[in-house]
Write a protein that binds this ligand. Structure first.
Ligand SMILES: NC(=O)c1ccc[n+]([C@@H]2O[C@H](COP(=O)([O-])OP(=O)(O)OC[C@H]3O[C@@H](n4cnc5c(N)ncnc54)[C@H](OP(=O)(O)O)[C@@H]3O)[C@@H](O)[C@H]2O)c1
Length: 480
């Protein structure tokens, strides 16, 4: 016996294709369930025993009609017709006998298209345009059904002469291939244009040296943040370092002064998720220097487990708060001071996980992807203000990030091929001075960045394969 959930059936008169779509969803297993479209070239098919009929025998001449067929091993096949006056469901033989009578005129001969229900749920889409905007019947209250490939393919299902497979699938990939070939032909032109705009940006952003620039760094108490402080100090910056652990900040400040000869280093205890702390930091900088030349948004936390294994969703919220809200909030309050500087910089220490999806880091990837959207959008707003935003996408860097991962049982990032924090900081500072729009680390990262827009499915596959090497195998298997 096939399991049919007792959920309330979704039904809208005259929208049989959508009613059947929802009916399919109500079944537990779709193995032996088929959607049957009935129509013909004249869009005139008689079906008897229909609730919408005004005649005593229940005949309606539909343009098309859709029913569901359920094959059962021991019982006769059942027909689920939401518009019939017969039983629901009805034995196939009774339904055929009662509803599929013959009218002699060939224009009324019925044709049938049978589609496995599973496939129907995957490909069917309708924008309801066949109702011609006049809405003979009120449309369903829920949104039209669509897929990533189509907003409307109902005509293909009703067209009884075309092969659905070739139309629905092959043409979608054919169109994609054509777009791709066209794109490839234009690649040299795009490449030249891209080079020109990069050069133009570089011209606008430079010359710019770090000497005596007011540089604010978040998360400067350890790892890449501390290394950035040393590199900026080495090149003569005036520093404002912040993080929550003031004792560690004091050590970094001391090293900036003693080892890298920094003249001015302020430290301030700041939790980037606290609006009060962030506002106070901006007030401190305003009082001391009245401008910010370079805002480095580095504070961040990570995770290392599957979404499924997380016990408390607060972990994802916390990552979002530190990585995304923390960075965007500080950028928001710093804007007036950034505008007072000449060719100011905002540097975001994102991650390759901000452009390439990585398992076990849903919340982390989400926060870093979000940063990209926010700051690329902000960049377009700030072009006339001569503020240059640099997104840094580093790969694995040897820091305390493993130790500081949130969650009960985070899996560690493999540091075997990781670069040092000092090397990472040098690359970020160099890209900042040059005013680069983005700094993508490692060759794999660069390829990934390129593939991201052109071969997204291949990239997702490769990123999963690569992640498998990094993380404990059984955890990944469990997450699949
Ligand atoms: N390590 C990598 O492989 C790697 C790769 C790519 C990108 N990144 C990014 O680099 C950044 C720095 O990470 P890291 O590797 O240097 O790790 P880390 O050594 O753990 O440093 C994280 C820093 O963020 C600060 N921080 C955390 N929560 C904060 C909060 N609520 N308010 C203020 N500061 C906070 C920490 O300071 P307190 O604890 O003192 O507050 C610490 O200074 C992160 O954004 C990370 O996503 C790291």
């Amino acid at each position: 016996m096939i399991e049919f959930s007792n959920k309330k059936i979704i039904y809208t008169p005259c929208y049989c294709e959508e009613n059947v779509y929802h009916l399919c969803k109500a079944f537990g297993k779709l193995d032996d369930i088929y959607v049957c479209f009935i129509s013909n070239e004249n869009r005139s098919i008689p079906i008897w025993k229909q609730r919408a009929s005004k005649f005593h025998d229940g005949i309606v001449i539909w343009d098309y009609h859709v029913i569901l067929l359920v094959k059962e091993k021991s019982n006769p096949t059942k027909v689920y017709d939401l518009d019939t006056t017969l039983s629901f469901p009805c034995d196939f033989s009774i339904y055929v006998q009662e509803s599929f009578k013959i009218l002699d005129d060939p224009q009324y001969h019925r044709k049938y298209r049978i589609i496995p229900a599973e496939k129907y749920l995957k490909v069917f889409a309708s924008d309801r345009s066949h109702m011609d905007g006049t809405w003979f019947a009120s449309p369903p209250i829920y949104s039209p059904i669509s897929t990533s490939e189509s907003v409307n393919n109902l005509p293909l299902f009703i067209n009884m002469t075309e092969n659905l497979d070739s139309k629905d699938f092959v043409s979608a990939y054919f169109t994609e291939t054509l777009i791709f070939i066209g794109f490839m032909l234009l690649v040299p032109i795009f490449y030249a244009a891209n080079f020109y705009f990069r050069y133009k940006r570089h011209r606008a952003a430079t010359p710019w040296s770090i000497q005596e620039k007011v540089v604010v760094i978040t998360g400067a108490s350890s790892g890449i943040g501390a290394a950035l402080a040393y590199e900026f100090a080495r090149q003569g910056a005036t520093l404002i370092l912040c993080a929550r652990q003031i004792d560690l900040l004091a050590n970094v400040s001391k090293e900036c002064k003693e080892k890298y000869c920094a003249k001015n280093v302020l430290i301030q205890k700041v939790d980037v998720t606290s609006e009060t702390d962030v506002m106070r930091l901006v007030e401190t900088v305003d009082a001391a220097y009245s401008k910010i030349d370079c805002l480095v948004l580095n504070a961040g936390v990570s995770m290392g487990e599957t979404l499924e294994s997380i016990e408390d969703f607060d972990l994802i919220k916390k990552i979002m708060e530190v990585n995304y809200i923390g960075s965007t909030m500080l950028a928001f309050y710093s804007l007036p001071l950034l505008k007072k500087a000449d060719k100011a910089r905002i540097v975001i220490n994102s991650s390759l996980a901000g452009i390439i999806p990585v398992p076990l880091r849903t919340g982390y990837c989400g926060s870093k992807f979000a940063l990209r959207g926010f700051f690329e959008s902000l960049q377009s707003e700030l072009v006339d203000d001569n503020i240059f935003i640099t997104m840094a996408y580093a790969g694995a860097v040897k820091t305390d990030i493993n130790k500081n991962r949130l969650g009960e049982n985070p899996k560690k990032l493999d540091f075997n091929n990781a670069m040092s924090a000092e090397e990472c900081a040098k690359i970020i500072v160099d890209g900042t001075v040059k005013g680069h729009k983005e700094i993508v680390f490692t060759n794999i990262g660069k390829i990934g960045r390129l593939m991201e827009s052109v071969f997204p499915d291949l990239l997702a596959f490769l990123s999963y394969k690569r992640a498998r090497k990094f993380y404990v195998k059984e955890i990944i298997d469990k997450s699949l």
